[in-house]
Unconditional design. Structure first.
Length: 409
């Protein structure tokens, strides 16, 4: 059933559920102990300003919290949707089928069809693996990333790392595009509108990824580090893809289904069901040189996707700011290569100072260790972070040759 249209008031959209990412003194422990809200307005003061520009918190997170029970959501923003997210992992043993990709690296809607190779090489199974790295080493839920911040003495520990991949294309040495047929499974979705895969490199059952590790944990228990399918494996020397949900897929799902009924893996990682998807989520704990703790929330997603009271892309084909990073990796060996996601590079140049909010009034009372970017040009950290991903913060346009986060390994 299509999702109902909402007309949120400012209070409902941004003021009803708010969270202080960094609390003063002992109030943090007390607040965490009583935490039971499902949605709020992450970084209330800056978000209210952002909402005034983009409307109804459409440019900040409103997905409901994800706990160890498998429910999903972003607890740091208010919801503009009548539905809350609930991701159910379907049977991973189900038989998979193949579907030809129908996307183009230059088409933001994901409607173009991919080309085929003329080499005659038989199709064979492939697994395109992704891994998080920092300082040349693979990192995960139990890792500490060092050398961060202006002094190089801040650290970060991953708590949640998920992102969507779409418009996957593969090329032979002569530049011709080879056929790619993606499997259909719990982490890979294909429809007439396009195809998209979810990479989830963390599980909320371990290390700093557990629900208690940061103030607003929202990870899931399941993990997936591969995209699978069929192609001419021996021919491939280059791959390209977008980081995010294609606009056409977003438009189709949000306007024809609900958060609960969304097909896996698209029942998670949206700002709110009414306002569209986040493409890349990286939540992490932070510690400064004096061992003062904080939280980091790096969320890249499309914004300016709807008018007041409308569903995302209800009356338009693309969001005003796509904010979809593009990646192009030449010299890639599909049989042995790994796509590395460099979290150190993603945070390079960030000052690691975030607002501290009074736990009662939510007024800003100072600064403390932390990182906050929810795809708002008005958030100081976003400009630096977006540049690392090759995205222009001023117009949402991406350039693969400017991306410094994704690399062949």
């Amino acid at each position: 059933m299509p999702n109902a249209r909402l007309e949120p008031t400012r209070h409902q959209a941004c003021g009803e559920f708010s969270r202080p990412p960094i609390l003063a003194g002992g109030a943090r422990s007390a607040w965490l102990a009583s935490r039971h809200m499902t949605m709020d307005c992450r970084t209330l003061a800056p978000t209210l300003l952002f909402a005034a520009v983009l409307g109804a918190c459409g440019g900040d997170d409103a997905e409901t919290s994800t706990n160890a029970d498998g429910s999903t959501g972003d607890p740091t923003m208010s919801s503009t949707s009548a539905t809350t997210a609930s991701t159910t992992t379907t049977d991973p043993t189900a038989t998979t089928t193949s579907a030809t990709t129908a996307t183009s690296e230059t088409d933001p809607t994901g409607l173009d069809s991919s080309g085929g190779s003329t080499t005659g090489e038989a199709l064979a199974p492939f697994s395109l693996r992704f891994a998080a790295v920092a300082n040349g080493e693979e990192v995960g839920c139990g890792s500490t990333i060092t050398g961060l911040g202006p002094d190089g003495e801040h650290t970060a520990s991953p708590a949640d790392l998920r992102f969507y991949i779409s418009n996957l294309h593969m090329y032979a040495a002569d530049g011709s595009e080879v056929t790619v047929e993606l499997d259909v499974n719990d982490f890979q979705y294909t429809s007439d509108a396009g195809q998209v895969s979810l990479i989830d490199l963390t599980s909320n059952t371990q290390g700093d990824c557990e629900a208690s590790a940061i103030a607003f944990a929202e990870g899931t228990a399941r993990e997936n580090d591969v995209i699978t399918g069929m192609t001419q494996v021996a021919d491939v020397t280059r791959i390209s893809f977008d980081v995010g949900v294609p606009q056409a897929v977003m438009k189709d799902l949000i306007n024809t289904t609900s958060a609960e009924a969304a097909p896996s893996p698209l029942g998670e990682m949206y700002w709110s069901w009414a306002t569209g998807y986040r493409h890349f989520v990286f939540n992490f704990s932070v510690e400064d040189p004096e061992a003062v703790a904080g939280g980091g929330y790096l969320h890249i997603g499309s914004t300016d996707c709807a008018g007041d009271g409308e569903l995302a892309l209800e009356n338009q084909d693309a969001c005003g700011f796509l904010n979809t990073p593009k990646v192009d990796l030449d010299g890639f060996d599909l049989a042995t290569g790994v796509v590395a996601v460099d979290l150190g590079r993603a945070l390079e140049g960030v000052d690691f100072l975030a607002p501290i909010y009074d736990p009662k009034t939510f007024e800003i009372i100072g600064e403390g260790p932390g990182v906050e970017c929810h795809s708002s040009p008005m958030q100081p950290h976003c400009g630096t972070i977006f540049a690392s991903f090759g995205v222009d913060i001023d117009d949402g346009v991406s350039a693969a040759d400017q991306d410094a986060v994704f690399a062949a390994q």
